[in-house]
Write a protein that binds this ligand. Structure first.
Ligand SMILES: [Zn+2]
Length: 327
């Protein structure tokens, strides 16, 4: 089937329905002209025109370029098919087989860097408490765990991924809690960040400038995305929390990590309801359990046998959205 492409935002765009059909997905408008759904037996994708997100099996995933519409058809950037959607739909083709032995946990902030402050609650206290709980649970699950800090001490941002690199950690997980100046009663829920793809802007580009080039973390961009997705999905499902999505950022603690690396914002200290949960050890235990489940789901992907695509070439993708491409 010939694919009628288009060019927006300096990017090649494809009609979502053409791409979906070529990949064995059934495509239909949920809201005509506005919301498109693509499904098969195991996958459900929801695309909203003008949105910077796609919903993949119940979890919002940030796109680098918004969904567009032309002549009544919804279109997606080829860039996002390659950098976000295909790795999540076909993880076995994108994940690097690896044994996960050592996990580096990074409790955000510490010492003179308090992180968010809401009343007399300091973010640095709760990130350390969550890290301790998570360390214990990961050790029970058989992993080696190292921490970038174990006390209320100041640690430079660059020293955090550096420690993970030096110690040969297989995963890096930075832990934070969020705050918002506005909409305190409405804004809630966890979000999980991974490195921004090369050439794209971040979901929240704080102080990044226009540097869109590769970072050390980009060499396993897909591993970080898959880890972020599994952890975010587990947080939302196991905590019954509001999904604030998988997002992309070149945070200092992410960009220098040479292993799959994520930053979890576990919820909002400014939300009256969610903050009470964050401050309770019982909820942090549940949150740690959810993170462990997400890591185990990611580990399962890395242990899966490689896909049997005998004629596969080494192209990352083709302009037609061919199914035979692997990384
Ligand atoms: Zn923080």
């Amino acid at each position: 089937m010939p694919v009628q492409g288009a060019f927006f935002n300096g990017q090649n765009y494809l009609p979502i329905s053409d791409w979906a059909h070529a990949n064995g997905l059934h495509c239909a408008w949920l809201k005509p002209g506005d919301e498109l759904i693509a499904t098969n037996r195991v996958t459900r994708l929801v695309f909203d025109v003008d949105s910077h997100y796609v919903e993949i099996n119940g979890v919002q995933v940030a796109l680098s370029f918004p969904i567009a519409k032309q002549n009544g058809a919804a279109l997606v950037a080829q860039f996002d098919l390659d950098a976000a959607i295909r790795p999540l739909l076909y993880p076995a083709r994108y994940v690097k087989p690896a044994l996960i032995r050592t996990i580096c946990l990074d409790p955000g902030h510490g010492g003179r860097d308090t992180g968010n402050r809401v009343g007399w609650h300091y973010e640095k206290i709760y990130t350390l408490a969550l890290a301790g709980e998570l360390r214990d649970q990961l050790r029970k699950a058989g992993f080696n765990v190292i921490l970038t800090r174990t006390r209320d001490t100041y640690v430079e941002l660059s020293d955090r991924p550096a420690l993970a690199n030096q110690r040969g950690a297989d995963l890096f997980v930075s832990l934070h809690f969020n705050a918002t100046p506005t909409g305190k009663d409405e804004v809630e829920g966890p979000q999980t960040y991974c490195i921004t793809p090369v050439g794209a802007s971040s979901t929240d580009a704080q102080g990044e400038g226009s540097n869109h080039g590769p970072t050390p973390a980009n060499h396993d961009e897909d591993g970080s995305l898959l880890l972020a997705y599994q952890v975010q999905k587990s947080l939302v499902e196991n905590l019954g929390a509001t999904d604030r999505g998988v997002r992309r950022a070149r945070f200092a603690v992410l960009r220098d990590a040479r292993m799959p690396a994520i930053l979890i914002e576990g919820g909002y200290m400014t939300n009256p309801y969610e903050s009470r949960k964050i401050y309770s050890s019982a909820y942090r235990r549940q949150m740690a359990q959810a993170i462990v489940k997400g890591i185990l789901a990611y580990q399962k992907l890395t242990l899966a046998p490689p896909p049997s695509v005998p004629s596969a070439t080494n192209h990352r993708s083709t302009k037609t959205g061919s199914r035979s491409s692997v990384k």
